[in-house]
Design a protein around this ligand. Structure first.
Ligand SMILES: [Zn+2]
Length: 155
């Protein structure tokens, strides 16, 4: 998924050059990333593998590894929430930032949004993290019934 991002529920080529990568590189990376996820590597292990098998700088390799594992992680969770939703348990999503001074402005705005239905975009126009390379955000599921309770209690 390197060089792509989620827009309107679809993976599209990113306009930002930070995300862009050529097809050959993407094919090589896909192999590494698939193996990493299958075998439960850490982002650091994946970064090392990417770096050893390519010309990436250490910084770039780590950025790609973090972004890819974050994306796979979030998508795995989202699939679970969506399956639950189809079974009548309604989950909304809350944007969780790392909550420190390195959180980007966009992620901060997404983090300030109230919980949203799974198919609604956060304020910065993405459905799920990562918002940008090296994004450390995640989403947390919120039961719709809990949201109703919160507003009824005036919270
Ligand atoms: Zn973020």
């Amino acid at each position: 998924m390197v060089g792509k991002r989620w827009v309107d529920g679809e993976l599209v080529e990113s306009a930002s050059s930070d995300w862009r990568i050529d097809e050959a590189t993407r094919g090589m990376l896909r192999t590494e990333v698939t193996q990493a996820i299958d075998e439960g590597w850490s982002a650091q292990q994946l970064a090392t593998a990417i770096q050893e098998s390519s010309a990436f700088s250490q910084e770039r390799a780590l950025m790609i590894a973090r972004t890819e594992t974050a994306m796979a992680d979030v998508q795995g969770n989202v699939a679970l929430y969506q399956a639950a939703n189809q079974n009548g348990v309604e989950f909304y999503k809350r944007w969780m930032t790392a909550n420190d001074d390195r959180v980007s402005e966009d992620c901060q705005r997404n983090g300030e949004s109230p919980p949203l239905p799974m198919d609604e975009e956060f304020p910065c126009g993405v459905l799920f993290p990562p918002e940008h390379p090296n994004c450390r955000c995640d989403i947390a599921p919120v039961l719709f019934t809990d949201l109703v309770d919160e507003s009824a209690a005036g919270l």
